[in-house]
Design a protein around this ligand. Structure first.
Ligand code: HMG
Length: 451
């Protein structure tokens, strides 16, 4: 097929949505009418809802649909949750559900909030004597807090606000480079806007302070604020989720007794603590679950991912986020993970489905949501490792992937029904399903001819 020539455009952002679609359809596709219809077919039937969705981003043409599912039976700290998950990969929701069901009869998930502190930085350069800067810093800190009182008022009423501001001398790494490192408590919000507003004002106060202080002369009066922005690395906004039970309660798996299972499982986790190649896949499995809940609640999955991976490398080597201990007849499996999430603010209440997700979870606080996400991550990891050290991953994964393959082959409803029954006892692969459907269609043709 001949490829249409790619074109550039001026003033695209100013076009109406319909005109944007027309331009895209006419300039990049062989069948513009089909593409126009297709893009518009994913618009929300309620124009008001569509307007809200359009507002989340820019140059919006349509909606990109993802499956919205639930994993029931998550017993966490004594409460049973039905957890919403948005994910496009087969077997993830089934795996989380299966692990939730498994642990619900073994005490469930227990969590501990280790901290909720978030971080922001003002990076600046200054040519002067550090000792002088250090000496005036207490006064500057007072002024930084005073100047932001109007921004922090509501957050302080909720029990949050600015926790501390430190001055860091970074000149050993970059000439004249200093940092204001501030810590914040943002209660039930993720707090990005709150933190950034404070930091930008810190930058202004800082500049003003140096210009107007009689202590500084000439160049010393000039502070160059490089940037003011939150850090998505929040190692002190941390939650631990744990499952544990006597080894014999684990039961037998595919002919493997509980002791052997616990030993193999423990070794699999240790391998992911030692080997970054394995750790990356291991943690990907954890984020299968966490990202799905982060998306379902319209939290920021890029922030959660980058923070999680930075935390996994905190001692200089990338390692598994989960850990296992098999000791004194007890199997213990846990995860420590930083999760800066919110249940108010951002899109959490604006996205119609995220709002429903939060309702489904009983309108949790941010710390409760941290507990739920960490538990889902641990469950996901447990299910994947359970499969890996017993049957191998393909059996369960491909069983769930069967419908995708059948859809790809445009299998009819009757063919799908027969295939699902047939593959209950057969290994699923693309070629085995293709061969099965071909045989089925061939047999049908022969019987039609005979009749
Ligand atoms: P199974 O034993 O065949 O399932 O496991 P079952 O039919 O006996 O059902 C048991 C429970 O599993 C069900 O209980 C459900 O909770 C759940 P019930 O609802 O009947 O009371 N379940 C389902 N839930 C929803 N829809 C379904 C469904 N089927 C079972 N259709 C299962 C099947 C897939 C659960 C199992 O084989 C499994 O957990 N496999 C692991 C799959 C996995 O981890 N997938 C993630 C993608 S692979 C990956 O990207 C990560 C990885 O690379 C990470 C790593 O290397 O560490 C693996």
């Amino acid at each position: 097929m001949e490829q249409k020539r790619q074109k550039s455009v001026k003033g695209f952002s100013k076009l109406s949505k319909e005109d944007k679609i027309n331009w895209i359809a006419n300039n990049f596709f062989q069948n513009p009418t089909l593409v126009q219809k297709e893009l518009m077919s994913f618009w929300h039937p309620n124009a008001k809802q569509q307007k809200i969705l359009d507002g989340f981003s820019e140059n919006t043409l349509s909606n990109f649909v993802m499956p919205y599912g639930v994993a029931p039976n998550f017993l966490i700290n004594g409460h049973t949750y039905c957890v919403p998950m948005v994910i496009e990969e087969s077997s993830v929701v089934a795996a989380a559900s299966s692990a939730a069901k498994f642990w619900s009869t073994r005490g469930g998930f227990k969590t501990e909030i280790i901290g909720t502190t978030k971080i922001g930085q003002v990076h600046f350069s200054w040519e002067g004597n550090y000792e002088t800067l250090k000496a005036v810093f207490p006064k500057l800190k007072e002024k930084l807090i005073e100047d932001t009182l109007h921004i922090t008022a509501n957050m302080r009423k909720r029990g949050g606000g600015i926790l501390d501001i430190e001055l860091l001398n970074m000149t050993h790494l970059e000439p004249n480079y200093y940092q204001l490192k501030a810590s914040f408590e943002t209660c039930d919000s993720m707090g990005a806007n709150f933190i950034n507003s404070n930091l930008e004002l810190f930058g202004k106060t800082l500049t003003h302070f140096f210009q107007n202080s009689s202590l500084f002369k000439g160049k010393e009066q000039e502070v160059n604020v490089i940037m003011a922005i939150l850090s998505n690395y929040t190692p002190d906004c941390l939650v631990r989720a744990t499952v544990e039970c006597p080894i014999e309660q684990l039961g037998n798996f595919e002919g493997m007794d509980s002791k052997m299972f616990a030993r193999k499982f423990n070794t699999a986790v240790n391998i992911a603590r030692i080997d970054p190649y394995r750790a990356t896949t291991h943690n990907k499995g954890i984020f299968n679950g966490i990202d799905a809940v982060v998306l379902a609640t319209a939290n920021d999955f890029r922030a959660i991912e980058s923070c999680g991976h930075a935390y996994a490398s905190r001692d200089g080597q990338y390692r598994s986020l989960s850990q296992c201990l098999v000791e004194h007849g007890v199997f213990k499996f846990w995860i420590d993970i930083p999760l800066a999430v919110g249940t108010v603010g951002g899109l959490t209440r604006l996205h119609p489905m995220a709002n429903r997700s939060l309702e489904l979870l009983g309108n949790p606080s941010a710390t409760e949501l941290m507990s739920i996400m960490a538990s889902v991550g641990l469950a996901q990891n447990f299910a994947a490792l359970k499969s890996l050290v017993t049957t191998g991953i393909q059996k369960g994964h491909m069983k769930m992937h069967l419908l995708n393959i059948l859809n790809h082959m445009e299998a009819s409803e009757a063919e799908t029904k027969q295939a699902v029954i047939f593959f209950e006892k057969e290994a699923v692969s693309f070629s085995s399903v293709r061969d099965y459907i071909a045989t089925l269609r061939n047999n049908n043709q022969i019987s039609t001819l005979k009749n």
